[in-house]
Design a protein around this ligand. Structure first.
Ligand SMILES: Nc1ncnc2c1ncn2[C@@H]1O[C@H](COP(=O)(O)OP(=O)(O)OP(=O)(O)O)[C@@H](O)[C@H]1O
Length: 343
């Protein structure tokens, strides 16, 4: 549905030339949600803006639903762009229009009848959960509500494709979750293909089917989310994945490890689960097999595209010989086991 072919974009400034994108190709199948992740300055915004030619690539091709946008006349491109919705980090609502009038705007441009507008706007406001706010102005809405209006407005034009430019970056975590759910519902209910850019692996994990990782304007790695999470190849992919897992040893344990210079006692072990790890009741297994009981200190286990991964920090009890047997056993199950110290 969206195919960016060997896209290069250079910006020529007075004193230098910036290569924002260098030979980037991505292919987003119909009905999928595709995430592009990268750090600040990686080229994400430039890439998504190339997808509807808000930014004209220096070279390469942009196909939407089989049409090469770069070969279209101005009028044809304008028509095609109506099929490509876009939502932004800062919502871009019309402040002088009510919620209803914002959502009605694309339909008015199309010349739809008042009845058709009324029907469609009320359907969409129900869909985004804002039917009761129809007469309010954007200024009185929360960030999440504004983004809901922006999504409803974009859907009013019945797009085939939705481009999301850091759509949740200005929102708190709870609101982010609800907007991501709304995007997923939009994808499922209307079959809309979504291309989104983000700097957060949480967003990719929550709703994307496929992901591309970019850095310095180049594509580093791309594939199914389940594949990238289970077998990340690049250092950058590994870094983004670990940044979405925030498990740290409580200070009290750090102090105790520092004080225990003898290196004996109960080991504190970091168990790391990735897509290759056996999905078994491993903590009770090691208790049964080796007499090693584990006291869970802290843990974060996540799911992405059917893959379970994450980290558990445990204090292992029992004797030293059995600890190393248990550690070897974890390794046979592809569970990372690192001793952080002893308490
Ligand atoms: N209009 C422009 N003129 C000149 N340079 C630009 C322009 N737009 C982007 N760039 C440069 O291109 C590079 C990629 O920028 P881009 O905004 O695409 O990155 P990004 O990954 O979206 O970053 P962020 O997450 O900070 O928005 C940066 O070096 C940026 O300075």
């Amino acid at each position: 549905m969206i195919r960016l072919n060997n896209i290069t974009k250079t910006f020529v400034l007075r004193d230098r030339t910036i290569t924002a994108l260098s030979g980037v190709s991505i292919n987003v199948p119909k009905g999928k949600i595709f995430g592009v992740i990268g750090a600040s300055g990686a080229g994400k915004s430039t890439l998504i803006r190339c997808a509807n030619l808000l930014e004209q690539p220096t070279s390469g091709e942009v196909y939407i639903d089989g049409k090469n946008l770069m070969q279209l006349s101005g009028a044809e491109l304008a028509r095609e762009r109506r099929q490509i919705g876009m939502i932004f980090q800062h919502f871009n609502l019309l402040s002088s229009r009510t919620v209803y009038q914002n959502v009605a705007f694309p339909l008015e441009l199309e010349g739809a009848s008042k009845t058709k507008i009324r029907e469609r706007v009320s359907e969409l406001l129900n869909f985004v959960g804002l039917a009761d706010k129809h007469a309010d102005y954007p200024v009185s809405l929360s960030g999440g509500q504004k983004q809901r209006v922006a999504i409803a407005r974009t859907l009013a034009a019945s797009p085939k494709v939705l481009l999301c430019d850091e759509a949740t970056s200005a929102l708190d975590p709870e609101t982010t979750t609800s907007i991501l759910k709304l995007l997923k519902d939009t994808n499922e209910k209307f079959g809309i293909t979504i291309l989104l850019i983000t700097h957060e692996m949480q967003v990719v994990k929550a709703i994307c089917d496929e992901v591309a990782i970019i850095s310095g304007g180049k594509l580093v790695e791309q594939g199914a989310v389940s594949e990238i999470f289970s077998h990340p190849k690049s250092e950058l992919a590994k870094k983004f994945i670990s940044s979405s897992i925030k498990v740290t040893l409580p200070r009290e344990y750090e102090e105790r490890i520092k004080l225990n210079t003898a290196g004996s006692g109960n080991p504190i072990i970091r168990l790391t689960f990735n897509g290759d790890s056996a999905d078994s009741a491993v903590l009770s297994e090691v208790a049964g097999l080796f007499g090693v009981n584990n006291n869970i200190i802290t843990a974060q286990i996540e799911h992405a595209a059917g893959i379970k991964f994450g980290t558990i920090l445990v204090e292992a009890q029992g004797n030293a010989e059995n600890h190393s047997r248990a550690i070897n056993y974890y390794k046979t199950l592809n569970i990372g086991a690192e001793v952080l110290g002893y308490v």
